[in-house]
Design a protein around this ligand. Structure first.
Ligand code: G3P
Ligand code: MG
Length: 492
């Protein structure tokens, strides 16, 4: 854990030296801690595999590691959905739960739009909860880049929107994996940006960050930080007094420090900004500071603390008919304006969330735990080293750049000897019908209900094949170019 006492004028710790690689170690440590928590056995298994593929680095992408990938042509959809129903083989002692496939859902643009449920979503959940021609229940989790609320609150909203119970054990928000870094920054001052009012501060504190500062706190301490931004009385009251101590009750709070006494050891953008101008200014002030010391300027502009974004979606689908700018756009602005104002210096920032493979690995661990908890299905490592989990996870998303790219990359990494991750793209969100998605899904369907039907029927077709010992025609669209995940199954 990092030491971070706030003695005045102490030279800022050279946080920037924390290069991407040392950051990888840091995150490995955090992730192993998670492993130790959940899956003792699993940890050895994961570590073994990590060394194998270069994709195994932690679930963060740094802006200096992004490569431009060729968009690939899209196939048509609904290849093999007309499967005649038959009694499937299911887990003998849990006779109506599918044991070798599961679903994972993106939220915005797939289940919800602008806070309202997408009509087919309610039906789709009913089908997964057993109301289907095969009489099976299928385990599922939710993996959203969205955030800005406690996971429990997001579950309550989703339960209301989908008219069913969603539990925290099956939901991951964009900032959920940031919890793993709290042990590193426990008593350090960290800046938490985004979301409504004080919520993200409270979520960060619930994760174990003990000294959370928000842009509002800095604006309260120095209103000239963002010349055109005035805190409302409510915001002013809710913001922390960074300069004054109010320890001694009933005595006039006394000035205990200057803003430049405060060193910010890391910046966490938890959720979409509700004030891009002042958030951009404050993040850049810290990025250009001497080691995170507020109100200072580094001469070399390479001494700023690490900056983590909970995801990098440039656009997302909200209530408006056209996509809206998301956190990824703010991230690009921070990097571009940094370069503009430092005569071309590059700023490396880090992003969690989809499409990072680590985020899908995080989700796969949650899914296995959820299957065990909710459905009593086995998990852990088989003697052959393969984890007992679903053979296939159908990931249903609306954004090619995060949902499809991430699922295909996860399939590329774990699909061969582990779990197949099958990407399904819907037309109810970011992806616009008739356009070329930058990342090619295994299946393109109209909406989430079509996606659920497609997945279940594909599984039933496979089972039928397995039981009748012959191969059924494949969804020819399943063909994918080499390098974008698995070769297609062979049609005899
Ligand atoms: O801000 C969240 C948005 O970018 C995407 O959310 O649920 O589509 O991953 P989701
Ligand atoms: Mg989405």
């Amino acid at each position: 854990m990092m030491s971070c006492s706030l003695a005045p004028q102490r030279p800022g710790m050279p946080a920037r030296q924390i290069s991407a690689s040392s950051f990888a170690e840091e995150f490995d440590a955090a992730r192993n801690q998670l492993n130790k928590l959940d899956f003792e056995q699993e940890q050895n298994h994961d570590q073994e595999h990590e060394d194998e593929s270069p994709m195994a680095s932690p679930s963060l992408s740094s802006s200096d590691s992004l490569t431009s990938e060729e968009p690939s042509p899209l196939g048509s959809d609904n290849g093999d959905d007309d499967v005649t129903p038959f009694t499937p083989m299911v887990d003998p002692d849990n006779d109506n739960v599918a044991d070798d496939f599961a679903f994972a859902f993106d939220i915005d643009g797939v289940l919800v739009r602008g806070g309202k449920p997408i009509p087919e979503a309610i039906e789709a959940m009913k089908v997964l909860n057993g109301e289907n021609e095969f009489g099976i229940k299928v385990p599922y989790i939710f993996l959203t880049n969205g955030g800005g609320k406690f996971e429990s609150e997001r579950c309550a909203n989703l339960s209301r929107q989908l008219d069913m119970t969603v539990s925290e054990g099956q939901l991951i928000c964009g900032h959920t994996p940031m919890r793993e870094l709290s042990s590193r920054y426990r008593d350090c001052s960290v800046l938490v940006v985004g979301g409504e009012g004080e919520t993200c501060r409270l979520v960060a504190e619930s994760y174990g960050f003990h000294d959370v500062i928000t842009p509002g706190d800095i604006l309260k301490a120095n209103a000239s930080t963002a010349p055109f931004r005035r805190l409302t009385p409510a915001e002013h009251a809710a913001s922390r007094d960074l300069l004054f101590s109010s320890r001694r009750r009933h005595r006039r709070p006394e000035v205990v420090r200057k803003l430049s006494d405060i060193v910010v050891f890391a910046v966490f953008v938890f959720a979409d900004s509700h004030d891009w101008a002042s958030d951009l200014q404050i993040i850049l002030d810290i990025a250009q500071s001497r080691g995170g010391r507020l109100e200072t300027r580094s001469e070399t502009f390479d001494k700023g603390p690490p900056i983590y974004f909970s995801h990098s979606d440039v656009v997302w689908s909200a209530a408006h008919e056209h996509v809206r700018l998301g956190m990824g756009a703010l991230r690009k602005m921070v990097e571009t304006v940094f370069e503009e104002t430092t005569s071309g210096r590059k700023l490396v920032t880090h992003a969690f969330g989809k499409p990072q493979v680590g985020t899908f690995e995080f989700a796969e661990r949650l899914l296995r735990q959820w299957r065990a908890e909710k459905h009593g299905l086995p998990f852990g490592i088989l003697p052959c080293g393969r984890s007992q989990g679903p053979k296939t996870v159908y990931f249903v998303g609306d954004t090619p750049e995060s949902d499809v790219k991430g699922t295909n990359a996860m399939d590329e990494k774990s699909g061969r000897e582990g779990t197949e991750w099958y990407s399904i793209l819907v037309k109810t969100g970011v992806y616009q019908e008739g356009t070329e998605p930058r990342y090619r899904p295994r299946k393109l369907v109209g909406n989430v209900l079509d996606a659920v039907h497609h997945g279940i029927r594909r599984e039933m077709a496979r089972k039928r094949t397995a039981t009748e010992g012959r191969l059924l025609p494949l969804d020819v669209d399943g063909f994918k170019k080499m390098g974008e995940g698995r070769m297609p199954e062979v049609v005899e």
